[in-house]
Design a protein around this ligand. Sequence first.
Ligand SMILES: C[S@@+](CC[C@H](N)C(=O)[O-])C[C@H]1O[C@@H](n2cnc3c(N)ncnc32)[C@H](O)[C@@H]1O
Ligand code: SF4
Length: 306
Amino acid sequence: MLNYIEPLFRPPSEARSLILQVTNGCSWNNCTFCEMYTAPQKKFSVKTSEEITQELQQISASGVSVRRVFLADGDAMTLSFRRLKEILLLIRQYLPDVQRVSSYCLPRNLKNKTVEQLIELEQLGLKLMYVGCESGDDLVLEKVAKGENYQSSLDALTKIKQSGLKSSVMILNGLGGRLYSEQHALNSAKLMNEAQPEYLSTLVVSFPTGMERFQQGFGGSAGNRAGENVGDSFESLQQMDLFKEMEILLDTLTLEKTVFRSDHASNYLVLKGTLFRDKDRLLTQVRTAIHNPDQIHLRQEWQRGL
Ligand SMILES: C[S@@+](CC[C@H](N)C(=O)[O-])C[C@H]1O[C@@H](n2cnc3c(N)ncnc32)[C@H](O)[C@@H]1O
Ligand code: SF4
């Protein structure tokens, strides 16, 4: 029924949502760790109003009741205020049961949108922004070519909050390698403490198709696997180092009311809770994984995925 250009990605929490592909690919598509939209057919493009209307008409005619919509692909919030408003009005027209529309959102996507415009979009059903901050450390962000920094990420998260929207932030465990692990954890926690997002999840940075592009960003040569050191550039964190980085992150977080999830398939250790309330329990779990790994369930390598 839907004319998807595949592959298609969505956050785990949108598993039961209608995925409405209003853009194809990612408008930035430069992050050295991300291979999600690198296939030739995923070159960034925008779907026309006619295409979107036609898809919504078909879903409406099928009689399926849709309550949640996720706007794909990688950063649908790159669309102008005018286009987003038009899409939200179409969703309202054809799928009147929808209660929540969400999207991936890069900080730069919000630069040319005012708080007043975002409030208007919120009133039309846009409720949740998934923001891949990945790190709060400027050096790490530069090395992975995220095109964002601490301040631009904070500005976007603040704007989201001021507009009454919620944010769900992704931080990548292991992104700075061994050399930058501590500053990555400390500055990521600092960014989260300032921004106080409603949701925070951590994923373990993974390289299913190789590390060449990523290594180059750190000034090194290609081809090391987890735990192998390549020169002085990027040394992947081993399982134990990932836990130690997580310990620093959790220990430094002073979140007041944030749903924390570290349950994505890339994680070895599944952590779930609400911060601040569950901070001690989560820290105990991480410390058990570090000091008594035989006393806690850890995902095996074959159980992991991206
Ligand atoms: C499909 S991307 C879209 C997110 C959006 N473009 C952004 O950057 O905010 C969703 C998330 O997947 C995660 N991701 C991408 N490549 C990854 C990798 N190699 N390992 C682990 N997580 C990855 C990142 O956290 C990224 O923000
Ligand atoms: S992480 Fe997000 S911004 Fe970076 S290339 Fe992937 S989809 Fe684009």
